[in-house]
Structure formats: structure tokens, C-alpha cells
Design a protein around this ligand. Structure first.
Ligand code: SF4
Ligand code: SF4
Length: 347
């Protein structure tokens, strides 16, 4: 029987509000591509009271409000379970914890599976690929805890940050995730922020993926993953000629909140003090002067204006100076809709 998958672009929705909530910036790991920048994001850990206050501040009753708890490593926060339960009580539609896999503070025993989705970051199908990026022994701990979370009944997803360091191993991920009982697979492209910029200044853009490399590997692997029954979401990255460009900052509500009170609308801007809002006295206060939001309405042939300003090396040009592709908003995702489930085999 033939299985034909279809791809669906997940358009931005004005009826949704997504809160990307960094409750601390401390972490037990030091990944090579870590985007946390303590100079810009602070090094404090939010108290339970502040977490509850900020969850209230961003909750919007008339929209589908979703919260993703992030760090640093959010499970290092001793009150993460309280934060999850508070979000649920307030009425957040979905609650997700993005973890590096260490699940500190006995998290699985302090939550019930209906309270949160657990999203593990894993950047390779083997210790040989994952651990040089995320740290010695991390693959073993992360996959052990994925098994425990699945066994405890949690919905488990895995995020794979694709870069030049691990793209060649992506094809081995679907079989691994399927065998671990993971249901959702998110592929994301490495952002040139934080550590990858610092290290890149010394060694060149060693993590960046070319258009050709992305297209030669990612569509084939995600298609196979979907045929195994995984729900697969991955970034659009390149727009075709007939696809419209849209900046999430203009049409949807995404708040990237850091423990020093900075609130960004665009994740690409997080290395710079151009955030649109600040939380002051539990109020969301709009900043004066040049902020990221002022740039969202600029129309350029390259697509995303922040990508052009901050990551110009990702754009390729024809000899006449026109860009070879338009770069989509980094928040624009697409999903593979599976038409059938096959048994495991290599992609
Ligand atoms: S990427 Fe995440 S897990 Fe890795 S060092 Fe940064 S905060 Fe920690
Ligand atoms: S990534 Fe580009 S298109 Fe998306 S919100 Fe930021 S500036 Fe707008």
C-alpha cells in the first residue's frame, strides 16, 4: 500500500497567545549552541509569587493561551510543579516544559500526565552525535528519562536542533523516537545567537546549514517520521515564489519573557536590548526608542528583516544581486500530515 504524506503550513493565529516563559537562566549543561545570554537575560531565579503574577499578566481569557516553561533548565527550579499547576488553574490551554532531559526535583512524581507535555531536547540519535554538542553522558540520561516519562503516561515530544554538527544523523532519529514511545518530533534550525555566535566569531559559522543541505535531508526524514506515526513539526525556513511572507510580530501574539523582566516579540532579537516591553511593577510597559517592533513592518526582498540584519550569512544571492530565496519568519512552522503508518525501516 502506498503512503502519501501532505505538508501543511501552520499559519499564525490571531486567536492564540503563546508565552515562552524563562523562569531562570541557570543550567546544569553548557551546550555549544546555547542561546542564553545572561548579560541580556539576567541570572536571577523568579520566585513562585512572581511566576504566578506573570502567568496572570499574560493570560488572555478570550484567546487560547499556551505557556512553555523554559530556562536555562526549568526543572532546576524547585517550584516548577507549582508553576505548572498555577498555569492550569488560571486556564492556560496547554502547558509544556522544555527540558534538557535531567528532570531535576523529582518532577515526574510531582505532576500528573494531564498537567503538562514534556518536551526533551536531544540533538543526536547516539551519544557520539549528541554528547559533543550537549555534554558527556547527556544522551544516556535524556533517553532514560524519556522512557520514564512515557511509562508514567506523559505526552512526550523531542526537539532536535539541526545544525552542521548533526544534520547528517537526523535520519536515524525517527526510528529511535518511535522505539522510545515519543509521539511528537520537532525539528528546529540552529539560531545564530548566544554561544553559537561567540564560538562562530573564532571559528566561522561552523553550525550554519546551507539551503541545499536542508532540502536534501530534512523533507525526506520528516516524511519518514510521519509515516511511522510521529506528529512532525519543522520550520518553513525558505518560502517558495508563491508563498506570502508574514511576520509573526505583526499578526500573532508571542511573548518571550526573561527573568530580568525583558519581553521580546521576536526570538531573533534576544541578544540585543531592543525588546518591545518590560515588566515593571507587574505591568507590561512598552519601551521608548528603537525596539524590535519598529522593524516588523519593513518589506524587503529577503523576507525576514531581522534575519537580514542579524544573520546575513544565511542569505544567498544571484549574480544580479537578487536574493535566491526569501527567508520565512523563524516562527513559521509546517506539519506533515501522515496518510498511513508503516513499520520501522530506514528512511
Ligand atoms: S541550550 Fe538549554 S540545556 Fe543547553 S546549556 Fe542552554 S539552557 Fe542549558
Ligand atoms: S523572525 Fe523575522 S518575521 Fe519572525 S517575528 Fe522576527 S522579525 Fe518578524
Amino acid at each position: 500500500m502506498a503512503h502519501t504524506n501532505t505538508t501543511r503550513t501552520l499559519s499564525f493565529s490571531a486567536n492564540e497567545r503563546n508565552l515562552f516563559f524563562h523562569i531562570l537562566t541557570a543550567c546544569n549543561l553548557s551546550c555549544r549552541h546555547c542561546y542564553i545570554n545572561k548579560e541580556q537575560h539576567g541570572s536571577n531565579t523568579l520566585s513562585p509569587q512572581v511566576i504566578a503574577d506573570w502567568l496572570k499578566l499574560f493570560y488572555e481569557e478570550d484567546k487560547q493561551s499556551n505557556v512553555i516553561f523554559l530556562g536555562g533548565e526549568p526543572t532546576l527550579h524547585p517550584d516548577l510543579a507549582f508553576a505548572v499547576k498555577t498555569a492550569r488553574e488560571l486556564g492556560y490551554h496547554s502547558v509544556t516544559i522544555d527540558t534538557n532531559g535531567f528532570l531535576h526535583h523529582d518532577l515526574l512524581n510531582r505532576l500528573t500526565p494531564d498537567e503538562a507535555v514534556i518536551s526533551f531536547s536531544l540533538d543526536g540519535p547516539t551519544p557520539k552525535v549528541n554528547d559533543p554538542i550537549r555534554g558527556e553522558g547527556v544522551f544516556a540520561t535524556c533517553t532514560d528519562n524519556i522512557k520514564k516519562a512515557v511509562k508514567a503516561g506523559f505526552e512526550v515530544s523531542v526537539i532536535y536542533t539541526a545544525s552542521a554538527l548533526n544534520i547528517e544523523a537526523l535520519h536515524e532519529m525517527p526510528d529511535l523516537l518511535h522505539s522510545l514511545g515519543v509521539t511528537h518530533f520537532f525539528v528546529q534550525v540552529v539560531g545564530l545567537r548566544g554561544n553559537s555566535v561567540v564560538e562562530g566569531k573564532e571559528t566561522g559559522n561552523f553550525m550554519q546549514l546551507s539551503h541545499e543541505k536542508w532540502l536534501s535531508i530534512v523533507p525526506r526524514v520528516v516524511d519518514y517520521a510521519a509515516r511511522l506515526g510521529l506528529r512532525v513539526v519543522y520550520p518553513k525556513v525558505y518560502l517558495s515564489q508563491d508563498e506570502p511572507f508574514s511576520c509573526a510580530g505583526n499578526v500573532s501574539e508571542n511573548f518571550f519573557v526573561f527573568p530580568n523582566g525583558r519581553v521580546y516579540l521576536c526570538p531573533l532579537c534576544e541578544d540585543y536590548p531592543i525588546h518591545t516591553y518590560e515588566i515593571m511593577g507587574n505591568q507590561l510597559v512598552k519601551k521608548d526608542g528603537l525596539v524590535e517592533e519598529n522593524l516588523f513592518s519593513l518589506q524587503i526582498p529577503e523576507g525576514c528583516v531581522m534575519n537580514k540584519l542579524l544573520q546575513p550569512g544565511t542569505i544567498q544571492y544571484e549574480t544580479n544581486g537578487t536574493p535566491r530565496h526569501r527567508i520565512s519568519c523563524c516562527l513559521l512552522k509546517q506539519e506533515i500530515v501522515s496518510q498511513g503508518i508503516i513499520s520501522q525501516k530506514k528512511a
